[in-house]
Design a protein around this ligand. Structure first.
Ligand SMILES: Cc1ncc(COP(=O)(O)O)c(C=O)c1O
Length: 457
């Protein structure tokens, strides 16, 4: 009764992100009720392993009392403090300092946002201001990767390269350019890492020269492309792209909203590639999804140019909730948990996850297995040789998602038949094994679907 009325209320009033509104109205909401560790429970009492950590964000796992306590304590003491007018709060200052300590290279300046989209959006503003300060405002063209995702703000959605974020929104803007992804499984140059790196380097070079280096402001990249289908570049790819940026005096923005905070192993994935970008954007794992917060990391060089450029004038960029003390208190506690075992456990669990998914490679539907740490995907095909995607009629994003759900597993099922995994770092060995087993059952059931069978014939 209660859940039925919730479904009706949701249908009538709650607008869902990235959803077919009409499709959702028909389907109705599934209400999640509680969670602990890596397990989520819905309103009907059905329990599932959350193989996607909410939306690749609950890296610490659910139900940490110490995080709840940190938030409650801060709410009692000082629930809000603005950062405007040179005011501040202790947790925000401490979190900025702790993050700067751990960030690669000279990324010493932190601007807090509410999430990833406004972190990306903020970088665009900072970068424009930076070039204005340098006296080169004509450097106003931005490049990103096909299959990339950089959030859903008016500007960031144009850096994003997923069609549904553009169609009907008048995007991308004419100053937002794309180059092909490294997408190893479907790269026209094949899967050889050297060939992929050479081809991406050539594409970035060609795009910069086509636009004119004197016009190109920045290159945006996710160390691993998440929403595009968990696309993992070869080792050395990011570094090679950074070299091109440096050669043409183009700023590099590493969008680590998914890859940050242990998702691939360390706190920052770009450190694995030995790259110090000009900006890092983070969110999600920063607070493990317990409260909203994002952070832009800015290098000394960029910060100083902006600061000197403005002189005594205020730099007109700010949010009421930037550096929110409750979010910062949560961020500090989450960071403590990461460094007191969670990162370590994530590395172990990630190795088990990858080995488990590799063990599915000989399943008739599995064309590709890829990932790093606790970020992984399998790509389903009906013909391994031709790499034929699942037929659209198989509606993977609905049917496979629903099936996994019934089998006690939450995954990300992309429309093209890619299944994404980003479990909490706290997963035990038996939870990882169950995740693999439930995936296997889901794949076996999908193999029996008449439309999938027909496509394989
Ligand atoms: C790489 C990347 N950038 C930006 C965003 C946007 O973050 P948010 O949804 O918190 O606005 C996301 C979200 O998934 C992301 O994956």
């Amino acid at each position: 009764m209660l859940s039925n009325s919730l479904i009706e209320l949701d249908r009538a009033h709650l607008v869902h992100p990235v959803a077919s509104y009409r499709g959702h109205e028909k389907l109705g909401v599934r209400v999640l009720k509680s969670a602990k560790g890596a397990t989520v429970t819905d309103m009907t009492g059905h329990q599932m392993i959350d193989g996607f950590a909410g939306l690749w964000c609950v890296n610490a796992g659910y139900g940490h009392e110490s995080i709840v306590e940190a938030a409650a304590k801060q709410m009692r003491e000082l629930p809000y403090a603005t950062g405007y007018f040179s005011l501040g709060s202790e947790p925000a200052i401490r979190l900025a300092s702790e993050l700067a300590d751990r960030a690669p290279g000279d990324l010493n300046h932190i601007y807090f946002t509410l999430g990833g989209s406004d972190a990306v959006d903020s970088t665009v503003r900072f970068i424009r201001y930076y070039y204005h300060s340098l006296g080169t405002p004509q450097k106003d063209q931005f490049i990103s990767l096909e299959q990339g995702y950089h959030g859903s703000s008016t500007v960031g959605a144009g850096l994003t390269a997923l069609p549904i974020f553009h169609a009907g929104f008048g995007l991308p803007f004419d100053w937002q350019h794309k180059i092909p992804s490294h997408y190893a499984y479907r790269n026209p140059v094949g899967a050889d890492p050297h060939a992929i790196i050479a081809s991406s380097v050539a594409a970035l070079r060609a795009k910069i020269e086509e636009i004119g280096a004197e016009r190109v402001a920045a290159f945006y990249v996710e160390p691993i492309q998440g929403s595009g289908g968990v696309l993992v570049p070869p080792r050395g790819w990011l570094k090679a792209m950074h070299e091109v940026c440096k050669e043409y005096d183009v700023l590099l923005v590493a969008d680590e909203v998914i890859t940050g905070f242990g998702r691939t192993g360390p706190l920052f994935a770009c450190s694995e590639d030995d790259v110090v970008p000009d900006f890092i954007t983070t969110a999600k794992g920063l607070t493990s999804g317990y409260v909203p917060m994002g952070a832009v990391f800015m290098s000394d060089r960029v910060y100083n140019v902006i600061a000197d450029g403005a002189g005594a004038a205020a730099i007109g960029h700010g949010y009421t909730y930037s550096a929110h003390p409750v979010s910062a208190a949560v961020g500090l506690e989450v960071l403590r948990l990461y460094e007191n075992g969670l990162l370590e456990n994530g590395v172990k669990a990630g190795a088990r996850l990858m080995a488990g998914l590799q063990s599915l490679a000989d399943h008739p539907l599995v064309g590709d297995v890829r990932g790093r740490g606790m970020l992984a995907a399998i790509e389903l095909v009906t013909d391994k040789h031709k790499k034929t995607p699942l037929p659209a009629a198989a509606d993977p994003s609905r049917r496979i998602f629903d099936r996994a759900w019934e089998n006690g597993l939450v995954i990300r099922a992309f429309g093209n038949g890619v299944l994404g995994y980003a479990p909490p770092l706290c997963c035990t060995e038996s939870e990882i094994d169950a995740l693999i087993e439930r995936t296997r059952v889901t794949l076996d059931q999908t193999l029996e679907d008449p439309d999938v069978r027909a496509a394989m014939a």
